[in-house]
Design a protein around this ligand. Structure first.
Ligand SMILES: [Zn+2]
Ligand SMILES: [Zn+2]
Length: 242
């Protein structure tokens, strides 16, 4: 019965490539040529921020210069895509263009790359958006990714684990330190959700990681509230030379 409904739905709304709109066979994904065009991150990466690194993985932990100079408050961080070309266009569409249907396949790619760091007792939590921005955009793209990630992996998620109590000014032109300071005053753990994170590993989810200032503020808020280890998973990573 269910499969018949499914088939009927597919006849009305045949699955299309997220990149170009061509018909595809799978319900989540890209056609072959868009797949090849999408900058998925593979190979050696910095264990802390997920940025691609030259050379081979040798079994020891590898970190990039930035993460070695300023250690991250989380254990491991991964991104599915490089924030460039087609990936950048898809993320902008998810963020501003009202294309929430991109979140499901995106969450599948994220689940794949972060599989090794996930475990049963982990709690998934999105980076919060201030409510005024939420009104403007209608949805928080990070919360949407977290929700799909949760249904894909079976791990619990808490959409409002953290809140943005203050609206932060534009962060452009500010140093990483200044950004982190501004953000850590704005991001707090929701007092009514605090019990969910105590002594638990948290998987922080966001759409894009640039300097990591927002994720740092979130990780610090979770740690201060009593979380165990923090892990970071983003859809895309802005690489220095990208
Ligand atoms: Zn395509
Ligand atoms: Zn790094």
């Amino acid at each position: 019965m269910w499969s018949r409904i499914q088939t009927a739905v597919e006849m009305i709304y045949p699955p299309r490539c997220l990149g170009c709109g061509e018909l595809v066979t799978a319900d989540f994904g890209l056609c072959g040529s868009c797949w090849r065009d999408t900058p998925f991150i593979a190979g050696t990466v910095c264990e802390a921020c997920g940025t691609p690194l030259p050379g081979q993985q040798d079994g020891y932990r590898i970190e990039c210069d930035d993460c070695m100079a300023t250690p991250r408050p989380w254990k491991d961080g991964r991104s599915a895509l490089l924030y460039t070309g087609r990936a950048r266009r898809m993320i902008l569409a998810l963020k501003h263009g009202d294309r929430p249907e991109l979140a499901r396949p995106a969450a599948l790619w994220m689940a794949k790359i972060a599989k090794y760091m996930m475990h049963d007792k982990m709690l998934i939590a999105p980076v919060p958006l201030h409510w005024t921005r939420l009104l403007k955009r209608r949805y928080n793209q990070s919360a949407l990714l977290a929700q799909h990630l949760s249904s894909e992996t079976g791990l619990p998620h808490c959409p409002d684990l953290m809140i943005r109590s203050k609206k932060t000014p534009m962060l452009e032109g500010k140093t990483v330190q200044e950004r982190t300071e501004i953000l850590s005053q704005a991001i707090t753990v929701h007092p009514k959700r605090r019990h969910r994170l105590i002594q638990r590993d948290i998987l922080l989810v966001d759409d894009v990681m640039t300097s990591g200032a927002t994720l740092t503020a979130c990780a610090q808020a979770c740690l201060a509230a009593g979380a165990n280890h923090i892990f970071v998973l983003t859809l895309a990573r802005v690489a220095k030379d990208a």
